[in-house]
Design a binder for this molecule. Structure first.
Ligand SMILES: C[S@@+](CC[C@H](N)C(=O)[O-])C[C@H]1O[C@@H](n2cnc3c(N)ncnc32)[C@H](O)[C@@H]1O
Length: 334
């Protein structure tokens, strides 16, 4: 190893000088003997005595997720993994591609270490079925799927194995909450653990009816109502919205329809239940807005109502070329 040899009393000043001019080789330890010290360098440097001796390599302590995995994975693979992280409370859910499955334990342990969360799970399937949940495999930390996620000041308790929740909709929920007016009567047709109702009712004095076919999700929503200080009120129902809605005695100023794969099949019901001048927050998976706008227009035409599209936006990407899109429509009687 190429080193600068200096009398021991000059060791510290020389070390600082070499570091300042970027010549010191930080991957090796400085060696001090009885009269001389040896400082590892990257290049030759004038004005010093240069010698070649053996030095001990520094032990590298990885400082982040990338550094820990850099010997195992390419930087592209690390970046893809990093963007797959979903952090829900003290749980991290990762998507590990097929070609890295044999390294899943190393990846899970690295994620545990560097996210400093409690539990790491891996996605084992796509989101599926009526209740929109996915299979998860426990990877590292403590195998406990119950957590409390904080979003815009709201506390949302859930079991990540048994009910749908996506932290990636946080901006959308805030946007909808900000568009709500005080006093609105709102129906969340597919509420899950209640992130829309809780975020809205924490901020606005509104009257929300929240329905979900997943009874466990409703049980958590009932807990979430108690966990949060609400300005508005939330009534919950466990059941199929098509059945539960038969008992409703009123219409609503706003309908939240976040079941993007199937919400279109409930548009007729939504149009029946919306007040004159009310807003439908409609969601679907699509590569454009046209299909959703057409579906809203058709559902309104069938009931002799009009819809004015007030906003359309991409909430998140779901697969290449496909989006979870949001369309807001103001519905009025003709
Ligand atoms: C995509 S998740 C959205 C949950 C919640 N709105 C959120 O943003 O986290 C859709 C929810 O619709 C519920 N669901 C599916 N079909 C339903 C139906 N016919 N009636 C009521 N809820 C239903 C599922 O159980 C699931 O919780």
């Amino acid at each position: 190893m190429k080193c600068v040899k200096v009398p021991l009393r000059e060791l510290n000043d020389t070390r600082i000088k070499l570091m300042e001019i970027g010549k010191m080789n930080m991957e090796y330890r400085i060696k001090a003997e009885a009269d001389f010290g040896y400082i590892p360098i990257n290049d030759d440097i004038e004005g010093y005595e240069i010698v070649d001796i053996e030095l001990e390599a520094m032990k590298r302590v990885p400082h982040n997720f990338s550094e820990l995995l850099e010997d195992e994975l390419t930087s592209e693979e690390i970046e893809d993994l990093r963007t797959s992280f979903d952090t829900i409370g003290d749980i991290v859910i990762l998507e590990i591609p097929d070609n890295l499955q044999d390294k899943k334990q190393t990846i899970g342990d690295a994620a545990l270490k560097f996210t400093k969360r409690r539990s790491i799970y891996m996605k084992k399937s796509a989101i599926k079925g009526t209740t929109r949940v996915r299979d998860l495999e426990f990877l590292s930390g403590i195998d406990d799927p119950i957590t409390i996620h904080k979003e815009h000041g709201a506390r949302l308790k859930l079991n990540v194995r048994d009910m749908y929740f996506s932290p990636r909709l946080a901006t959308e929920r805030k946007r909808v909450m900000q568009s709500v007016e005080e006093g609105e009567k709102i129906l969340d047709m597919f509420c899950g653990i209640g992130p829309f109702p809780i975020v809205i009712a924490r901020n606005k004095d509104v009257d929300i009816t929240a329905v979900d076919i997943n009874g466990e999700a409703i049980r958590y929503l009932d807990e979430n109502i108690k966990l949060n200080k609400l300005k508005g009120s939330i009534k919950t129902y466990a059941g199929d919205i098509a059945e539960v809605s038969k008992g409703f005695k009123c219409k609503f100023d706003r309908m939240i329809m976040n079941l993007p794969g199937l919400a279109y099949t409930f548009l007729d019901l939504a149009v029946d239940l919306i007040e004159d001048g009310g807003t439908i927050n409609y969601y679907e998976f699509s590569d454009s807005y046209e299909q959703g706008i057409k579906r809203l227009e058709t559902a309104c035409e069938k009931k002799n109502k009009k819809v004015e599209i007030t906003n359309a936006r991409k909430v998140k990407s779901t697969s290449p070329g496909e989006w979870h899109v949001a369309i807001d429509g103001k519905v009025s009687d003709e």
